[in-house]
Design a protein. Structure first.
Length: 307
């Protein structure tokens, strides 16, 4: 899903670069915002998205977006590299922005600069940090920045079914995206980001309760598709577990004829990795006591030993 989120964020910027530049830089008078290549082939580097911007006050410059689902600790160094490469390639001032989507641990500090001193020389690169979980979803929904709406679930206060419904209705009723394939992409992006803060059952329940309205929407179809994939994966795992239990059962009956119920329940509780080790050790067991000793050693019995 991380790949889905990465693709979604890049596409969202492409739909309306001006809205993202206003969020990142805080300027209302930007115009002629155009995405430019983010490939720096000389060093095999690529930032997320770069937008060339024109401002009456500041002239032409680049906004370099780096959007991270989960903050990586090497981000300051990477932003220093991306910023320098962009300045060298386009010969324009660069305003680097790091957008973090999902919250970090309580003790994780996200810096807004890179700095390193070596032999008396200091390299420093500042950049703006935007943590979406710190931004108010109410403020977002009061704006007209529709291409930012799919991110609403990860905003502060966004983990709410009412927010999902509001966003879907705003996207469906907006004349900007009437008869426009972009609306479908925005709904799919909403589903992807909602999947990071809602559990799958809650999303499926939300979609089912609104089948009369959203059945044909990309949001609904993506949620159902993910639910089906999850169900198939669970089915495969359950099938593997049943097959494993059947095989072990045949081997144990062949060697010991009968097993105490408590011992058989312990065998059934083995993980896939434990079961593989158990099947190999089974060849060397000479008695039921050997089997029970192995279980007592490798897994913790619920009540006493497996006797």
């Amino acid at each position: 899903m991380a790949k889905d989120a990465d693709i979604s964020s890049k596409r969202l910027i492409g739909f309306a670069p001006e809205e993202w530049v206003r969020l990142a830089v805080g300027l209302d008078d930007v115009r002629d915002c155009v995405i430019v290549s983010s490939d720096f082939q000389t060093l095999s580097r690529a930032s997320d998205t770069q937008v060339r911007v024109t401002s009456p006050e500041h002239g032409d410059f680049l906004v370099l977006f780096e959007i991270q689902l989960r903050y990586p600790v090497d981000m300051p160094l990477r932003l220093r590299a991306y910023t320098g490469l962009a300045e060298e390639k386009y010969r324009l001032p660069v305003y680097p922005v790091l957008i973090n989507v999902l919250p970090v641990g309580q003790h994780v500090v996200i810096p807004n600069f890179f700095e390193n001193t070596f032999l008396g020389l200091t390299a420093r690169q500042e950049y703006r940090v935007i943590n979406l979980w710190e931004m108010s979803v109410e403020t977002l929904l009061e704006s007209d920045a529709l291409t930012l709406f799919p991110l609403a679930p990860v905003f502060r206060g966004g983990r709410n079914e009412a927010v999902l419904e509001t966003v879907l209705q705003r996207l469906r009723n907006s004349p900007v995206f009437a008869n426009d394939s972009r609306r479908g992409d925005l709904e799919t992006a909403l589903a992807i980001f909602a999947g990071y803060v809602f559990d799958q059952d809650s999303l499926l329940d939300f979609a089912r309760k609104r089948m009369d309205v959203f059945t044909e929407s990309p949001f609904y179809q993506w949620i159902v598709k993910q639910g089906l994939q999850q169900g198939l994966q669970q089915g495969v795992l359950q099938g593997m577990q049943l097959e494993r239990e059947a095989l072990l059962g045949r081997q144990l009956r062949h060697k010991f004829v009968t097993l105490p119920d408590k011992t058989w329940l312990a065998v059934q509780s083995l993980t896939l990795t434990q079961a593989e080790a158990f099947a190999e050790a089974l060849l060397d067991f000479q008695s039921l006591e050997d089997l029970q000793a192995w279980l007592n050693t490798h897994i913790a019995p619920a009540n006493g030993e497996f006797v």
